[in-house]
Design a binder for this molecule. Sequence first.
Ligand code: XIL
Length: 373
Amino acid sequence: MFAHRTTYLFLAGLLASQTAALGQNPVMTRQDASPQPRSVTLREAGSARRLIIGAAASPGRLSEPQYADTLAAQFRQIEPEIHMKFGFIHPRPGSDASAYDFAPADKLVAFAQAHDMLVRGHCLVWHQRVADWVVGGVAAKTIGSEQLKAILQNHISTVAGHYAGNVWAWDVVNEAFNDDGSLRSTIWYDSPGIGLKDRGTAYIEQAFRWAHAADPKAKLFYNDYEAEVINPKSDAIYTMAKDFVARGAPIDGIGFQAHFDLAFDNPKTLDSFAANLKRFSDLGLEIHITELDVRVNAPNATNLAAQAALYGKVTTVCLQNPTCRVLQTWGFTDKYSWIPAYFKGKQGWALPFDDSYQKKPAYNAILKALEAK
Ligand code: XIL
């Protein structure tokens, strides 16, 4: 931001001195001839507040100029929306290179590097999008706990190793808790699990330790949804995080997905959101808002204004938290949001750009919050 401001001032000064030399009125000419300053982007406004503004993205869309231009101009970070998930990146059995499909995610990494952007990795362990060969093997009992442990260790080592130096932060484990705070039953935990069944969060800790061994420099995150406010799920995550920190298990932060609707915008909820983030910050952990979107049931002016207000408030909560370092939306254009499909067409219009890449009120609200002192 400062670099651009300085360049602009320098160019404006240059223009003024040239026109003065031509004997024209420098004030008039400066007003008439100099270009309007480029409007500040989300990524610049975020950087000025030490906040990384990110978006989930898909490599197949980069060939669409408006998609690529908006992504590169407005965002400082990319996270693959699906292409680093197990079933996509490790679709075939085995542990050698032929079992993995790195090309789509590599394309996003190359795009990020070409545009001076960071890459956040998502995700190494999740109960969804597990490759068919793993699910099928477990169902057929050809893969038992011992073998599953070897598969997951190989997966984490290979993927985190492949992106070491290029992915600065990883969602190591995604969505491991139920809403009541109990551990979700998953192929990795207890059905059949990697051999740490009934040992609580030990399997999660094991995944973090493998990720740390594969890329000691990457920051490692636990990521979940509906854990934004203080509730049984965030209590369980807090208990785990506190234990990991106390015992020196390699965890750097918590990702809060933040898939919201307009009901989130009430003082009690927002206070609980801020207080929840603070208790994690107080453990010394970094906070990332990882998948922000605000769904509405119709794109009318009232809803879009309410949506904008909530986007602004979420941005402010993050800015006011001492360790909140990333504010990332799940996609950025309504053209490609996951919401309409997931909510069967009844909800949508959840992102800061509309389906023609025009800035919505939500965009302006984020920017305004970032620029507020
Ligand atoms: C979603 C993607 O957006 C969809 O395209 C895909 O079909 C399913 O997964 N929580 C997460 C994300 O951590 O990985 C999910 O992404 C949305 C919910």
